[in-house]
Design a binder for this molecule. Structure first.
Ligand SMILES: [Zn+2]
Length: 516
């Protein structure tokens, strides 16, 4: 059994051992500034020295990379790789009408990987001196000496095109965004508002991949994540509403979608649930709005199409290429090339360029998502799905931006054409057993459909079903498409993803309700 959890979006802030500085190395540092008085101190936190150190490490790797790769391969192997990463993160929490916490983190290091007989040997350091790297390489290769490698033949350099670079933006800008959200939530919710929490995170991540295939890849990824959660209450009944925004983008994201829009959505959702009736239990026709988020596609389908799970024999989609695994209305795509989406990049964490992959075409399974290792095992090419949380981890197969392609139906017509059913406007988190495809999803906002009309909101619902079965039962696909951001957790590593689906109708799903 393999369970996956789709969590709310997050950017990792490293709060690791704050070591003493010595020699050329990266201290993994993070500072927490509690309470509203001290947040301004963050501005003067000295990162300049660390940035210089980072440049020195890159120079070292670009001059001595061949030596390190040779050492890794000195005792044989199919593939050797140097992965350098440097990241800086700022995370501002706003709660109870003030800045509650500011986390400012910085991390960097180098991971070395050897693939030999399809097994992975991995080591990393946040003190990337040549002697430390060679020592790790020797341990991984379990031998002294060096062999010739060709390296640096192909170069790829990617960057995130941003208009308002978070790195050049003062903390006061972030605080202003959060204050605007807080104000709007309180204005919309009035005296029913019990709590407003808003969080803004930004991360700049620079990676460098040097491998024994002769490739050097560099990418600078800038991401922003913002979310608002409003808790409202009336007569002892408390309800929460949540909404998020983010992507591979700078702060210009707030010019397209102001923080007020997110705060209003979160608050209205909570207010609606205040009026909701307990959800009924049983089997229902379910219409999932394009606004609902892509939990369904991510959990019910996506994980099962990751080649590592397929090769381990723990995917319900194993051995089914060319077979019909979904309704012919369903086409599933994973696309890391979409501009500004949370799961996008120029190169993946193994230096492979971002790609668009059609996984299921009109119901027929076309292929799986691969990283280098799983591709090597089948004599295939990686699909650019090798990702890692940081240099501390070897990459594994991960989704990027995964979605069900829009269909032909008008979303309003789908509802009007449903006699009795459930209309889901916002999905929460979920879990799937990839071996069987069985899933359970939380529902955040839902309504009853009676005679083609949305009648009243319901709360406390969960969706219970089976991925392949649910996809076979899709009988209407809308011409819309809605995206939601998240952090996908797998094997203890979290990576940013986006998921989307059009408005979908599933003939029959089980609703776990709370109605007595
Ligand atoms: Zn996941």
């Amino acid at each position: 059994m393999d369970l996956h959890i789709f969590k709310q979006p997050s950017l990792e802030v490293n709060l690791l051992n704050q070591q003493e500085e010595k020699g050329i190395f990266f201290p993994a540092v993070a500072k927490t500034f509690q309470n509203s008085k001290n947040w301004a101190l963050v501005e003067i936190y000295p990162f300049l020295k660390v940035l210089n150190t980072m440049e020195k490490v890159k120079e070292l790797l670009l001059s001595k990379g061949g030596y390190i790769l040779s050492t890794l391969l000195s005792n044989g192997g199919q593939y050797a790789e140097i992965f350098f990463e440097h990241s800086r993160t700022t995370r501002v929490h706003y709660e109870n009408g003030k800045v509650d916490k500011v986390l400012h983190g910085f991390d960097g290091g180098v991971g070395l990987r050897l693939i030999k007989d399809f097994k992975v040997y991995y080591g990393y350091t946040n003190e990337p001196t040549l002697s430390n790297l060679l020592e790790i390489a020797k341990v991984l290769a379990k031998a002294d000496g060096q062999g010739p490698v060709n390296w640096g033949l192909i170069k790829r350099v990617g960057t995130t095109d941003v208009k308002i670079d978070p790195d050049q933006t003062p903390l006061s800008y972030r605080v202003e965004i959060l204050e605007r959200a807080n104000q709007k939530a309180r204005e919309v919710g009035g005296d029913k508002v019990k709590q407003v929490q808003a969080v803004l995170m930004d991360k700049t991540r620079e990676i460098l991949v040097i491998n024994s295939l002769g490739e050097i890849g560099e990418d600078t990824q800038k991401r922003v994540v913002f979310f608002v959660e409003t808790v409202v209450g009336e007569n002892g009944n408390l309800q929460r509403g949540y909404e998020s925004l983010g992507g591979l983008v700078g702060f210009e994201i707030f010019e397209q979608t102001p923080p007020e829009v997110i705060a209003e959505k979160a608050t209205r959702r909570a207010l609606t649930m205040l009026k909701a009736k307990p959800a009924p239990a049983g089997q229902f026709t379910v219409v999932i709005s394009s606004e609902a988020g892509g939990t369904m596609i991510h959990e019910a389908v996506g994980h099962g199409l990751e080649a590592d799970l397929v090769q381990k024999g723990i995917s319900v989609y194993a051995g089914k290429i060319g077979q019909k695994v979904a309704s012919e209305l369903v086409t599933v795509i994973d696309d890391a090339t979409l501009p500004h989406h949370n799961g996008s990049f120029s190169i993946d964490d193994e230096g492979v360029p971002a790609q668009k992959k059609v996984l299921i075409s009109e119901g027929v399974l076309q292929g799986y998502m691969y990283d280098r290792l799983t591709a090597m095992r089948e004599g295939k090419q990686s699909t650019g799905n090798g990702r890692r949380q940081s240099y501390r981890f070897a990459p594994i197969v991960r989704m990027t931006n995964t979605y069900i392609a829009p269909g032909k139906d008008n979303p309003q017509d789908i509802i009007a054409d449903t006699k009795k059913g459930i209309y889901i406007v916002k999905m929460g988190g979920g879990e799937v057993n990839t071996t069987t495809g069985d899933f359970v999803f939380e529902v955040m906002e839902a309504y009853l459909i009676e005679n083609g009309k949305i009648t009243y909101p319901i709360r406390g619902a969960t969706l219970i079903g089976n991925g392949p079965k649910a996809l076979q039962d899709v009988d209407a696909v809308g011409n819309d498409l809605g995206w939601s951001i998240g952090t996908c957790g797998k094997d203890g590593q979290g990576v940013p993803v986006t998921d989307a689906q059009p408005t979908l109708r599933i003939k029959k799903l089980t609703l776990g309700g709370t109605e007595v």
